[in-house]
Write a protein that binds this ligand. Structure first.
Ligand code: 2F8
Ligand code: CA
Length: 127
């Protein structure tokens, strides 16, 4: 099959980064509308794949439900951890995960869910 315009294929998923900025919830809503969700990072390879998107971008990680317990939007616990230096540091004021331009491989940040940044959607496809 073909890769749709604006999406990139990696390991049985399609990815797209927004060209505009929204808060975390509105970003997630956009992904859901596309039949996708905010990206869930399951491996070092996937984390490195995402480094081609050169913007700060929301990922599908949040501790809104229980402070300090980070979960992915599909309900799975965070197993891989690629936090940037000193992150997460925002306690109750920063409950949404983004990827910042920290060093490759350690780029996750907890940010205030209301700030507007780009976001990346992931849609699983059959291989
Ligand atoms: O230096 C890390 C720090 O950078 C920003 O705060 C100055 C981030 N804030 C936002 O992205 C809103 C912090 O989350 C981050 O820890
Ligand atoms: Ca932070």
């Amino acid at each position: 099959s073909v890769t749709p315009l604006g999406w990139k294929y990696f390991s049985s998923s399609l990815y797209t980064i927004s060209s505009i900025r929204k808060n975390w919830q509105e970003s997630r809503d956009d992904c859901l509308q596309k039949g996708a969700d905010l990206v869930i990072v399951n491996s070092r390879e996937e984390e490195n794949f995402l480094s081609q998107f050169h913007e700060t971008m929301w990922i599908g990680l949040t501790d809104l439900e229980t402070e300090g317990t980070w979960k992915w939007v599909d309900g799975t616990p965070m197993t891989e951890r690629y936090w940037g230096p000193g992150e997460p540091n925002g306690r109750t004021s920063e409950n949404c995960g983004d990827i910042k331009q920290y060093d490759l491989g350690k780029r996750w940040n907890d940010a205030n869910c209301n700030i507007k940044v780009c976001w990346t959607c992931e849609k699983k496809v059959s291989p």
